[in-house]
Write a protein that binds this ligand. Structure first.
Ligand code: GRG
Length: 274
């Protein structure tokens, strides 16, 4: 299968399940609408893609990982809603649309985030093979992300914490997506490949954050906080992104199986425009 076809296959599978899974919330109409607004309004679906692709790499099939993939996307959507709140980053727009609190008001946005996080774990409770490992992996990722946000809010004037901040705020959920996908494969050999997959995921997360900083630095109106670009400059950020992408691909090559999709996904991060 060509890269684009495989990418579309994962994205469509996640998108066809997300809405249905969210109806399990059985929420009042306004809460349902505000959760759907943030969960179903575009987004690259990168974490679900990583989750399903890793599952397939270890011999599972994408449907084996789709619930874990959707749960992780719910955690991601919650984090974006709360990150945009006035008490956090105070962003009026997300994905070119009014942010959740601008559309539904702050109280409803807080509840939409709470609801999405809770529904993520409701969905994860339905994962069968290695379900406990999957729940643990996603909980670790979600908690580390909250820790990263705390470091960002309270220590953002300390350049010494930048890598820890990136690893936690952005990297942790990406690592959770890869490892949850590995556990969902049901392979007897998963344990053998958790080491290289963890290195791959951590490098991928760092690559994603550095390229996010590079993209942000091109938006003049965006206030720049501590980032790889603001600390080291644009060209060093590009050079570092290349080094980190190479390290991710190298770690992935240790895993047997067809790594071509995840390798190309990694390389495409270097030239991404969104
Ligand atoms: C509020 C607990 C809490 C955590 C917030 C995710 C996050 C932590 C902050 C978002 C700030 C930010 C822009 C971080 C950079 C990396 C990142 C997570 C970008 C957004 O992810 P994408 O590009 O989003 O995957 P899409 O829109 O494609 O889903």
């Amino acid at each position: 299968m060509k890269f684009e076809e495989q990418l579309n296959y994962y994205v469509s599978m996640a998108e066809s399940m997300l809405g249905a899974l969210l109806t399990q919330a059985d929420a009042p109409a306004l809460l349902q609408e505000s959760m759907e607004y943030s969960l179903l309004s575009g987004g690259k679906r990168l974490r679900p893609v990583l989750c399903m692709a890793t599952c397939e790499l270890l011999g599972g099939s994408a449907p084996d990982a789709v619930k874990a993939a959707c749960a992780i996307e719910m955690v991601h959507a919650y984090s974006l809603i709360h990150d945009d709140l006035p008490a956090m980053d105070n962003d009026d727009f997300r994905r070119g649309l009014p942010s959740n609190h601008k559309k539904f008001g702050e109280a409803n946005a807080i509840l939409a985030g709470d609801g999405l996080l809770t529904m993520a774990f409701f969905v994860l409770s339905q994962v069968e093979n290695e379900g406990r490992k999957v729940v643990q992996t996603v909980a670790r990722g979600a908690m580390d992300m909250v820790c990263g946000q705390s470091i960002d809010i309270n220590e953002s004037d300390n350049p010494g914490v930048m890598f820890e901040l990136m690893a936690k705020k952005t990297g942790a959920l990406i690592r959770a997506a890869v490892l949850a996908g590995a556990y969902c494969s049901g392979s007897q050999e998963t344990g053998k490949w958790i080491g290289p997959l963890t290195v791959f995921a951590e490098k991928f997360g760092l690559l994603f954050q550095i390229t996010d900083d590079i993209l942000d630095s091109r938006q003049d109106e965006k206030e720049e906080g501590m980032s790889f670009v603001s600390l080291y400059g644009l060209q060093p950020a590009r050079d570092e992104a290349k080094r980190v992408a190479d390290a991710a691909v190298q770690a992935l090559a240790e895993v047997p199986g067809d790594v071509s999709f995840l390798t190309e996904l990694t390389q495409r991060m270097l030239t991404r425009t969104r």
